[in-house]
Write a protein that binds this ligand. Structure first.
Ligand code: TRP
Length: 338
């Protein structure tokens, strides 16, 4: 039996190169070896977007297109929509008894998000909802509903995985061995920096290249990228390590990288020419991804089917697990559950 991998994303926007190098590329590799589930976490996304359901709705399809474009193969991977698996919601309720409110407040990722909300909304940020505080519990349900063995994620998700393991241990100690403890495999790719030199590429930071960006958008973004600030004139020598354009040449594996580096150091390469070369290489890099995306955009019925099949298969698995859970929790009332 293959081991189970489960990962997921909140459908709050299209995916960018940070997602591609940070997780998608790895998922494409892992799907050959593991029984892979990728969850489109619409319920989780609603915890802090409940006033904008239209945003979540429209991004479910976008994110599915990005998965397929990046090489997720629906014959190997189940792509599932969280809200369409009510067993996850049921599991969340049972697991919520096994975690204290103070423990949830101590979750470092939740803490950071609370601080950010305060920063953005001022005092309003202090009105943390029950749903938002509890989303690591719903994430624990995501993992346990599919008997997940391994969860490959970025380091910001590690606290949720730790919390999930605690909950599983508590569950099993009370109700007997029932749930699987998911192991975290942290992404080995360092966080992808933004074109502005920011340590993180992010939607809200406005410094991202999206997998679906067209030539015009890419040109504009790359032409505005930060270069070595000590280089004033076109033929000043510069330090490629201080330049985001070089960082991206390296990231997408420009075969001409050694020349880019030497010419930059010598001062025989101006930044404009260097950016133009990056635009060209970037478009080539994105071409196969965008061709695939375009194909699926033209065949929406195929995407519907993939989401439907993935969700249904996943639901079967969750139903099996829930049966076990109800039995061990002694809530399998057979006078009703005939
Ligand atoms: N919290 C994750 C994120 O924001 C998304 C997610 C939801 C997830 N459920 C999951 C990731 C289960 C891994 C496993 O990116």
């Amino acid at each position: 039996m293959k081991k189970v991998i489960l990962t997921g994303d909140r459908p709050t926007g299209r995916m960018h190169l940070g997602h591609y190098f940070g997780s998608l590329k790895n998922r494409v590799k892992l799907q050959d070896e593991y029984d892979t589930y990728i969850l489109i976490a619409d319920v989780q996304a609603l915890t802090d977007n409940f006033e904008h359901p239209e945003k979540i709705r429209s991004n479910i399809r976008e994110i599915a297109l990005d998965y397929l474009a990046a090489g997720i193969n629906p014959d190997k991977t189940h792509i599932l929509i969280q809200s369409k698996i009510p067993e996850i919601a049921e599991m969340t309720v049972y697991l919520s008894n096994l975690v204290t409110v103070s423990r949830l407040f101590r979750n470092p990722t939740t803490k950071a998000e609370v601080a950010q909300k305060k920063h953005i909304f001022g005092n309003e940020g202090e009105s943390i909802t029950y749903g938002f505080l509890g989303y690591p519990v719903s994430q624990s349900a995501d993992l346990t509903c599919f008997d997940c063995d391994i969860c490959p994620v970025g380091d910001d998700q590690a606290p949720h995985l730790e919390q999930a393991r605690e909950i599983v241990r508590k569950f099993n100690s009370i109700y007997g061995p029932t749930l699987k403890e998911p192991q975290t495999v942290l992404s080995t790719t360092p966080r992808i920096k933004g074109l502005d030199g920011n340590e993180k590429m992010g939607k809200s930071l406005g410094n991202a290249i999206y997998l679906a960006d067209d030539e015009e958008a890419i040109t504009k973004k790359i032409m505005g990228a930060i270069t070595d600030t000590n280089k004033i004139k076109k033929d000043d020598p510069a330090d490629p390590e201080k330049c985001m354009v070089y960082y991206y040449h390296k990231l997408i594996d420009n075969p001409n990288l050694a020349t880019v580096c030497q010419e930059c150091q010598k001062g025989s390469r101006g930044c404009v020419a260097c950016k133009k070369e990056l635009i060209k290489v970037m478009l080539e890099f994105l071409k196969p991804i965008q061709e695939k995306r375009h194909y699926y955009e033209q065949h929406p019925e195929l995407v519907d089917k993939i989401l439907n099949d993935g969700t249904q298969k996943a639901r079967k698995k969750a139903q099996e697990v829930m049966k076990r859970v109800r039995k061990n929790m002694q809530i399998d009332y057979d006078f009703i559950d005939k």
